[in-house]
Design a protein around this ligand. Structure first.
Ligand code: ADP
Ligand code: MG
Length: 879
């Protein structure tokens, strides 16, 4: 097992696709530092390092290690006089220069320094240290430099500006693309464990490589044979002559480690481990996989798998089919990654049946190293790929996924099917929010915010792929339907409307034109029913007419073969009309026994209207996401960070747990979420006095650690109008709940308004999740909730409210005055800000949050704080 390291240890991918391990300098490594200083003296690039921090609270030193040797050191020392500044220095050994190590170290250092409240780095760069200067200038941080006696004094502002984030994301893409190239465009491939017995995996992989005409140099590794399947075979990888880019490993699990050693010795850049028997088998297998991964990372190379079915690239210049699949898909523009190998086989077959061509395909298996995060970035830059498909079972690093998908999705649609929609996602939570926020709801939120199109089934995944591989993205919800039969037209219209698409009336001009070209019995409303006699020519002209109509964003063309008209002719007519007027998506529905008509390819063709409507609706939602400009998370400058932290730190120090009403109040006040006027009281007299001060009517609640669901215990008495009422209520509560009650809460009685639930939970994988639900106390009954991942944008908050069926309650339902939706949005944004400040908040319910006609009131709040769980001892990769 690799040693447990602090969470910032990371394997970063460099510009050339290789990796380097970054970790903090260990206390016993002062000699390392000296070594690097010497390197610097001998010409390694560096920023001068006057003040090396020896005390870790005063700075931080990062070490870059590859193959067990330290090649780079970078660090900062916080200025004693001005703790928001630190001096930064680097020393990078000559062999590693020019690969972006310094930049990656700078990124990591800046992030760590920011957590230590450092806002500015100072660097002194000798005028001879040109590469370091260029590195600082290209980092994306705002910088200033001035000459200071032969040395440049450079100041870097460490704020993550948009410009910086853009640069960093661009660097990440370059690195990921470079490291994936070795898998998709290797100049040479060896199949290790190539068997002479057809049907065995090693034999099938080799056979596919040969059969599909791999254009590079191909080798087999076999313990005894000199030739396998006509390919030269060698006993070991190290015996292969010349360079080797990629190895496909099919040997039994116990032999993998030795083979990997050979591959590393040989300088292989990409490993595809098809062998199973690793993490998927349990703890022992997981340990084996970790060990394998550590070795691979140490060597600075990348690995697909283990437990996968291989990689495939249909590019005619490469023709790489390194899978054991019996089918090889046609070339096309759809890229796919799948986490399930077995499913991968079925998928390739299915795609073939639909005439969907693939650009590249990867079965990522256990995705110990290469995950869809790497692949999406590669595909973003792959000219042959237009649509990205993902079959996802689990997320390794969902935050990174979200960042990458959000960016890449602007250029190419990402369509994903995530298995386990129905999995209950049971979570040990006692808050309403925690109970409602199933894993699945969180994944939905993640995909929605990142613009990823989520489908429910593989079938739908390919329906959407079929649409995007040939049709443009819809720019609106308005659909026109053309049909030669009434019934299917109505089915299609219903299916569209059920999915939120609209069927507008066509323009006057279209109606007139259609009337002149169609039979007198035809209906020229939308759906346009051209009746059974519709000819290919009428199909062509009617389609051209609706495509030209400004009121139409996309078209469904339905054809049921009658006796007289030939499907081939209609297909040709439809294709001609589309070719003449490109720009709007057209989906065909040919309801024939043969299924999707190859005649129409590449126009997407469905057998039934429902599937077409579903695919179109998903594509339309993506089009809307594309049309909304990127928005930065909302900033809440008026929150009191220190006050919030003080409460949470205090609770953490006493071991964590549920906050008292007073602590909850301080925390919500710190982020300016409004609460009713209230007072914590210990006696009847205090209760009456508090009520006098607050003003009537008031509410009295029993307080006690074991009083959780107050209403159930009769611990809430509302609408108390006089001091006598309050006294009577106090006596009532104390007589009934004496054993549980440690005090009381007198609250202003909030009248009117709409009861909502606002909440948050910290998910160990996905981070903070913000919830909004209708119904207050009845939230779970109504099951009307929306979730988004932190940090929320203004638009996220608005969309959450819009997405609730109960939004109508806020908008003046049945004559009630409309509630202050803007204030509700703001409360959600403030909650998100609170979760950003205090990630130790594990669950938080404001239930109800009463939304008044002006403002909101957090009437009842429960908050649990706990230390975050230590990160799993895995080796994370970043770019
Ligand atoms: P619990 O959720 O523990 O049962 P609450 O404090 O949420 O207790 O109170 C239960 C219900 O009583 C609330 O949903 C709300 O309808 C009503 N209520 C509680 N406090 C007030 C208040 N200050 N003003 C108006 N109504 C209140
Ligand atoms: Mg409540």
């Amino acid at each position: 097992m690799p040693r447990q390291l602090p969470p910032f240890q990371s394997d970063v991918v460099l510009r050339d696709g290789s990796t380097i391990h970054l970790r903090p300098l260990r206390p016993d490594e002062t000699s390392t530092l000296r070594f690097l200083r010497e390197q610097v003296a001998r010409g390694g690039s560096h920023a001068r390092w006057n003040d090396v921090p020896e005390d870790p609270t005063r700075g931080f030193i990062l070490v870059g290690e590859a193959s067990g040797d330290v090649h780079a050191v970078g660090g900062y020392a916080i200025d004693r006089a001005r703790p928001d500044r630190a001096e930064v220095g680097f020393a990078i050994a000559t062999p590693l220069q020019g690969r972006g190590v310094g930049t990656r170290m700078l990124e990591v250092l800046a992030k760590i320094a920011w957590q230590q409240q450092v806002r500015v780095f100072d660097a002194w760069v000798g005028s001879e240290s040109e590469p370091v200067m260029r590195m600082l200038l290209d980092s994306g941080f705002e910088i200033q430099r001035r000459m200071d006696g032969g040395t440049y004094h450079v100041t870097l502002s460490l704020a993550h500006t948009d410009a910086y984030l853009e640069r960093a994301a661009g660097r990440s893409e370059i690195a990921a693309t470079a490291s994936m190239k070795a898998f998709f465009e290797p100049g040479s491939v060896a199949v290790v464990g190539a068997s002479r017995e057809r049907g065995k995996i090693g034999a099938e992989v080799l056979h596919n490589l040969i059969d599909d005409g791999y254009t590079g140099r191909l080798f087999a590794v076999h313990p005894t044979a000199a030739i396998v399947d006509g390919i030269a075979a060698y006993p070991r990888v190290t015996d292969i002559p010349g360079d080797l880019d990629m190895a496909v490993i099919c040997v039994p699990a116990r032999l993998v480690s030795g083979v990997v050693d050979d591959c590393i010795a040989k300088g292989v850049k990409a490993l595809v481990v098809i062998t199973a028997g690793f993490a998927e088998t349990g703890a022992a297998g997981r340990a084996l996989e970790m060990e394998l991964l550590a070795r691979v990372r140490q060597a600075g190379i990348r690995m697909v798998g283990p437990n996968c079915m291989g990689v495939l690239n249909t590019d005619p210049a490469v023709r790489l089919n390194a899978t054991f699949s019996p089918v090889s898909p046609p070339a096309g523009s759809v890229a796919m990654s799948t986490q399930s190998g077995a499913l991968g086989l079925a998928i390739l077959d299915y795609a073939r049946g639909l005439n969907i061509g693939l650009s590249t395909f990867v079965s990522v298996g256990n995705k110990a190293d290469v995950s869809s995060n790497d692949l999406i970035q590669y595909w973003a830059n792959d000219a042959r790929t237009q649509v990205i498909l993902l079959y996802v079972e689990s997320f390794g690093n969902p935050r990174k996924f979200s960042q990458i998908a959000r960016r890449v999705g602007r250029r190419k649609p990402i369509v994903a099917v995530k298995s386990g929609r129905s999995a209950a996602g049971a979570r040990a939570a006692s808050s309403h929010t925690g109970a409602m926020a199933s894993r699945d709801a969180i994944v939905d939120a993640l995909f929605r915010q990142a613009g990823v199109i989520r489908t429910d089934t593989i079938e739908e995944l390919f329906d959407v792929a079929m649409l995007f591989s040939s049709q443009p993205v819809p720019t609106g919800r308005r659909v026109a339907i053309l049909t030669n039969a009434g019934g299917p037209g109505i089915l299609a219209a219903d299916a569209c409307e059920a999915r939120g698409l609209e069927l507008p009336p066509l323009s006057e001009a279209s109606v007139t034109a259609l009337r002149s070209m169609l039979a007198p019995e035809a209906s020229v409303a939308n759906p346009v029913d051209m009746i059974a006699s519709a000819s290919p020519d009428q199909y062509e002209r009617a389609l051209a007419t609706v495509l030209a109509d400004d009121r139409v964003d996309s078209v469904l063309v339905i054809f049921i073969p009658p006796l007289v008209t030939r499907a081939e002719d209609v297909a040709e007519a439809v294709k001609r009309a589309i070719a003449a007027r490109p720009g709007k998506p057209v989906l065909a529905i040919f309801m024939s026994a043969q299924g999707a008509s190859p005649l129409l390819a590449p126009i997407p063709c469905f057998r039934f209207p429902e599937a077409a409507a579903v695919a179109l609706a998903r594509a339309t939602t993506y089009g809307e996401w594309l049309a909304t400009p990127w928005e930065a998370p909302a900033e809440m400058p008026d929150v009191d960070r220190d006050a919030a932290r003080a409460v949470v730190d205090e609770v953490l120090e006493s071991g964590g747990g549920w906050l008292t009403p007073a602590q909850s109040r301080t925390l919500l006040s710190a982020v300016r979420i409004a609460m009713p006027d209230e007072a914590i009281v210990a006696t009847e007299d205090e209760a009456a006095a508090a009520a006098d001060r607050i003003g009537y009517p008031v509410v009295l609640k029993a307080v006690g650690e074991r009083i959780v669901h107050k209403t159930e215990l009769g611990a809430v008495i509302v609408n108390l109008e006089t001091a006598d009422d309050v006294r009577a209520a106090w006596r009532d509560l104390t007589s009934r709940l004496s054993s549980l009650m440690t005090g009381g809460l007198v609250q202003e009685f909030v009248t009117g308004g709409v009861e909502m639930l606002a909440g948050a939970v910290e998910d160990p994988t996905f981070g903070p999740v913000i919830a909004c639900a209708t119904g207050g106390t009845r939230a779970e009954l109504f099951a009307d909730s929306q979730f988004r991942l932190h940090p929320l944008t203004e638009r996220d908050a608005a969309a959450m409210i819009d997405g609730l069926r109960g939004a109508a309650l806020l908008r003046g339902f049945r004559g009630a005055p409309p509630a202050d939706e803007a204030a509700l949005r703001e409360s959600l944004l403030r909650l998100s800000a609170l979760m950003g400040l205090c990630p130790e908040i594990q669950e938080l319910d404001i239930n109800p949050l009463v939304v008044l006609s002006s403002g909101t009131r957090a009437v009842d709040t429960r908050i649990r704080v706990d230390r975050p769980h230590p990160p799993a001892p895995s080796r994370r990769v970043s770019y």
